[in-house]
Design a protein around this ligand. Structure first.
Ligand code: SF4
Length: 466
């Protein structure tokens, strides 16, 4: 009894022949095949010659202006053209301690490459992302430098070994401070390691980037959870300032009936399972609910062998909070989109069998300025699926407001001075996803660097309540 489908329309769908799931090795190969493979030396050299080496003493090149971490792009491309790829890598890392990671995961199509002057002359942009990958790979291939002793300067705790924390620690070490990075996970990288699609970056070059930071004197303490006020008081007793690069919390859920059913996932555990090599068996039909992260999840479902992958989004394509090129790439890979569609409940007896949905229409603008989706009565329908993934964002780490005196949240984000990252508790600084609600890796790097400068100013001015 319990195994009978409970939705009549599902019986037809369930009786259709299902494709055999791909062999695990094939799925893993598809999952980890890089979207942007590395350039050969010849390709890198040829591509570097396309660059006009714009900019000068009075104006930065437009690609540099568009880069949140202000990498000297013409500088490193010129070094590649001179045949010195390692020096090119050093130029990148001087501005961005996660230069190898950003070369892989940055949406260059909307940042530096969108600003490239060649585009305005009707040509293809210089392939800045892959040139940066070439340069940083060359440098990271050199023997790992030995860890340096911590600088003798004042001590700063960095909570979170994600991009913001690593960038903050790197800049602090360069400024002469002794930063210690704490993370509850066993490895560095934060969401880059656990939540970025494996076809963008699996794990490398994060370990090599961490070793470069250790060579600057940054100390990492993994498996150390900051889980309450006592843990923070211990940091306050030992460190002069604290940087919070804790990101956002767990996935939000739609809070609808049936979320407990096997076959219903939220995005972070789904991606983390894939990155750990535990490939979920998604079946033939997958629904993905949400916007930006939904693009990666949907494309991962395609690589897992799903035959029909449908993204459900309650507004129209124009409001979709995903990069345009990623939507187009997902479409090219066969992902379908059901616009103006909201899930009402997950349906199934022993496991997920369908998502009940309803069509929406756009009403008046809400507080965010976007037109509010409103239900269209009588348009309910069942979408038969084997797996559904909710990718609708993450919860704020609001517990920190109870643990840290004076820390304030605004709209689910830590409130801070955007120029320095300093919070309303002057010893605490913040940056990255926990202050912007979730943005690019390179934007988190920018926040980390800015907060390090803010901490430096604060401590040089005599700050610290120790
Ligand atoms: Fe080179 Fe384009 Fe940057 Fe000019 S804008 S320096 S051509 S990458």
């Amino acid at each position: 009894m319990g195994t009978q489908p409970i939705v009549p329309s599902l019986r037809r769908a369930a009786s259709r022949p299902q494709p055999a799931p791909p062999a695990a090795a094939d799925a893993w190969q598809a999952m980890t095949a890089e979207l942007k493979p590395p350039l050969t030396a010849e390709e890198a050299m040829a591509e570097s010659y396309r660059c006009l080496l714009c900019g000068g003493p009075y104006a930065q090149a437009p690609c540099v202006v568009a880069c949140p971490s202000e990498v000297d792009i013409p500088g490193f491309i010129a070094a590649i053209g001179e045949g010195d790829a390692r020096r090119a890598g050093e130029i990148v890392f001087a501005h961005n301690p996660l230069g190898g990671t950003c070369a892989r995961v940055c949406p260059t199509e909307v940042l530096c490459e969108a600003a490239c002057v060649l585009v305005h002359e009707g040509q293809r942009a210089v392939d800045i992302g892959r040139l940066q990958r070439y340069a940083t790979d060359a440098l990271l291939a050199a023997p790992a430098p030995s860890p340096a002793p911590a600088p003798a300067g004042r001590r700063v705790a960095v909570v979170g070994a994600g991009p913001a924390g690593m960038a903050c620690a790197a800049r602090l070490a360069e400024l002469g401070y002794a930063p210690t990075v704490f993370d509850e996970r066993p490895e560095e990288g934060g969401l880059v390691r656990y939540a970025i699609a494996p076809y963008r970056e699996l794990a490398d070059p994060l370990p090599a980037e961490r070793r470069r930071l250790e060579a600057l004197g940054v100390r990492f303490v993994f498996g150390h959870r900051i889980d309450g006020p006592q843990a923070l008081r211990a940091l306050e007793a030992e460190f002069d300032a604290v940087f919070l690069g804790v990101g956002m919390g767990e996935d939000s859920s739609a809070g609808i009936e049936g979320e407990h059913l096997p076959g219903v996932w939220t995005s972070l555990p789904f991606i983390e399972a894939i990155k750990a090599g535990r490939l979920p068996e998604v079946g033939a039909r997958v629904a993905v609910i949400g916007g930006n992260t939904a693009m990666d999840v949907a494309r991962e479902a395609v690589r897992l062998g799903a035959r029909e992958v449908t993204v459900l989004y309650r507004r129209t394509e124009a409001e979709m909070p995903a990069f345009r090129h990623e939507v187009e790439e997902a479409k090219a890979e066969g992902v379908r989109f059901s616009w103006l569609t909201a899930p009402l409940r997950f349906v199934g007896r022993d496991r997920l069998e369908a998502v009940e949905c309803r069509y929406m229409r756009l009403g008046e603008p809400d507080a965010s300025g976007r037109r509010r989706p409103e239900p269209v009565p009588g348009t309910e329908f069942l979408l038969p699926v084997d797996t559904a993934v909710e990718a609708i964002g993450q919860r704020p780490r609001a517990e920190f407001a109870q643990w840290i005196e004076g820390l304030r949240f605004e709209g689910g984000r830590i409130a801070c001075d955007p120029a320095t990252g300093q919070t309303d508790n002057p010893r605490y600084f913040a940056g990255g996803d926990d202050v912007n609600g979730g943005d690019t890796v390179v934007e988190a790097v920018r926040w980390g660097k800015a907060a390090a400068e803010g901490i430096d100013r604060y401590l040089r001015a005599g700050g610290s309540g120790r």
